[in-house]
Design a protein around this ligand. Structure first.
Ligand code: PGA
Length: 250
């Protein structure tokens, strides 16, 4: 059985000391959970503290929330892959909707980031998802497929093992409105079909994100095509997150 993936996106929260305390209390309070892989995406300044706390936990991975494709240079404010790796990260989110819609990151830029990550031996979690207007206009699949194709351009062979996809409908992020499990699963099936067309093996995980919480996680994971969850708001409280990752598919 493939592991279920629970990923925490801490966004612009939890400074280093709070992040370290969270990680240490989680590590000491929650033992290895069979059949589960956990990811934490702290802010860049808190990466090292979290990586240190989890360094002896192979079931827990830590990634950056964004990286630049260039390894170094004059890119004020950006985090390179070598910098993230130096802090202990083994992967990164790419193309989160806030990167796309707040920071106006393009599809082409997401592709450069995914390629740079896999070439460097790190894992990329590529996020895709439609805006509310796009959903209402019946463009959900077209938008997600376009983002997938651009984000995964050039990925082939063994590099697929370093790729995860997160489907996050933008209208469901941080709003308390989540896609119904059946609606999400329908998009997941379309994503899987596109992944197959791109040559990806069935083992590439496809996660759902957008207002996932303790009340809806079991039903979402019960869908055969949903391999895990990417969680923002409900991952910020250590006790709540410990409870959420203990939930198995309904
Ligand atoms: P949310 O965020 O769980 O707060 O909706 C999810 C995300 O942005 O990854």
């Amino acid at each position: 059985m493939r592991p279920i993936i629970y990923a925490a996106n801490w966004k612009m929260h939890l400074p280093p000391e709070d992040a370290r305390q969270f990680a240490v209390s989680f590590r000491d309070g929650v033992g290895t959970l069979p059949g589960r892989t956990l990811w934490f995406f702290p802010s860049a300044v808190s990466l090292e503290a979290v990586c240190q706390a989890f360094r002896n936990r192979p079931d827990i991975r830590v990634g950056a929330q964004d990286v630049h494709w260039e390894p170094r240079g004059a890119f004020t404010g950006a985090t390179s892959i070598p910098l993230a790796r130096g802090a202990g990260a083994t992967g990164a989110l790419v193309g989160h909707s806030e990167r796309r819609h707040v920071f106006l990151e393009t599809d082409a830029e997401t592709g450069r980031k995914v390629r740079a990550l896999v070439e460097a031996g790190l894992t990329a979690m590529l996020c895709v998802g439609e805006l509310l207007g796009e959903r209402e206009a019946g463009q959900t699949e077209a938008v997600c497929m376009r983002q997938l194709r651009a984000g995964l351009e050039g990925v082939s062979g063994a590099a697929w093992d370093q790729v995860l996809i997160a489907y996050e409908p933008v209208w469901a992020i941080g709003t308390g409105r989540n896609a119904t499990p059946a609606d999400a699963a329908e998009v997941h099936r379309a994503i899987r079909a596109e992944l197959a067309r791109l040559g990806a093996p069935r083992s590439v995980p496809v996660l759902y994100g957008g207002s996932v919480n303790l009340g809806n996680v079991a039903a979402l994971l019960a869908e055969r095509d949903i391999d895990g969850v990417l969680v923002g708001g409900a991952s910020l409280d250590p006790a709540g997150w410990a409870q959420l990752v203990s939930v198995l598919p309904a």
